[in-house]
Design a protein around this ligand. Structure first.
Ligand SMILES: [Zn+2]
Length: 123
């Protein structure tokens, strides 16, 4: 039995890099967009459609690298575009042409907050 031989990548031009991390060599010239349209029902008992949501994911067709959506709030809303926690799914509310946005639908937003360095002490 011999010791495992690990390939060594000597530079960014090394052909081994292409084999192990092709996305670092890809120019991302071709894309696939995966779209899912969800019809949102009022609730479990009332199946009336009150909203639509279009979920979009973008990948490089050549290397498969997913893209992240930039500049959108984390969460889900029926009133503005949002992005999933991993940043890879954009969720866009939509209505049929000439339709009206249903008011009062629930959503959520994720906010970031730093933890305090130590717990507050009791007075
Ligand atoms: Zn690519």
């Amino acid at each position: 039995m011999g010791a495992e031989v690990k390939p060594v990548i000597n530079s960014m031009d090394d052909p081994l890099l292409e084999r192990f991390r092709p996305q670092e060599r890809c120019e991302h010239l071709n894309f696939d967009v995966h779209a899912n349209v969800a019809r949102i029902e009022k609730d479990e008992t009332d199946k009336t459609i009150v909203a639509y949501s279009v979920d979009l994911r973008l990948h490089c067709r050549d290397c498969g690298l997913p893209f992240e959506w930039v500049g959108l709030p984390l969460g889900f809303s029926h009133y503005q575009p949002t992005v999933s926690i991993d940043g890879q799914e954009m969720r866009v509310p939509a209505i049929p042409l000439g339709g009206k946005v249903t008011e009062g639908l629930a959503g959520f937003r994720v906010t970031m907050q730093a933890f305090p360095e130590k717990e507050p002490t009791r007075q």
